[in-house]
Design a protein around this ligand. Structure first.
Ligand code: ZN
Length: 184
């Protein structure tokens, strides 16, 4: 097997694993899209910018919510996908034993100290979420939406300098989301 073939097959295995783990999950918007669409969108975005030939970054992007939201574990990821992919996923996995508000604050406080890969995944995750907030809005109040945008901006501010194009894309989407909320 060539290296390129091996990379593609590992990436497909990550997609299969994530799809199975998220099989009962839906996104929050009105169309209730299959959850797997979200991690695929996060990986897709990184494949377009920030990828640099690093298939393991795309694998971790595809897997970024499996430990937080399903019964998958860091150990399981390590055994199947290797140490580096598992570490990237664990780096963007929130500690769900903490109350929500604390978890959110911790992301803002800790993101700058994380690996570049973790910061890229977080940035792409935020872009995908704000995109969905505009195009497939969840049943949130305007206040909840504004809170999410404020929090996202604080995270991106904290990781500033990670990838300027992705940061600009995020800022543009936030402006669009705010304009909608303000009724423009
Ligand atoms: Zn996510």
């Amino acid at each position: 097997m060539t290296q390129a073939t091996a990379s593609v097959s590992r990436l497909l295995d990550a997609i299969r694993f994530a799809a199975e783990k998220h099989r009962d999950d839906r996104r929050k918007g009105a169309i209730a899209a299959p959850y797997i669409n979200h991690p695929i969108a996060v990986a897709e975005q990184l494949a377009a910018s920030g990828f640099d030939g690093d298939t393991e970054l795309l694998m971790a992007a595809v897997l970024h919510d499996v430990v937080e939201d399903t019964d998958a574990t860091g150990e399981g990821l390590r055994a199947r996908f290797g140490e580096r992919v598992a570490r990237m996923v664990m780096d963007v996995t929130d500690d769900k034993t903490l109350p929500r508000r604390e978890r959110k604050t911790l992301v803002v406080r800790s993101i700058a100290g994380k690996s570049r890969e973790a910061r890229l995944i977080k940035l792409s995750d935020l872009i995908a979420n704000v995109h969905d907030l505009i195009h497939h809005p969840p049943h949130w109040t305007d206040t909840q939406k504004r809170d999410y945008l404020d929090w996202g901006e604080a995270v991106v501010e904290a990781l500033r300098g990670t990838h300027s194009l992705l940061e600009q894309r995020f800022a543009k989407l936030v402006r669009q989301a705010r304009a909608r909320l303000d009724g423009h």
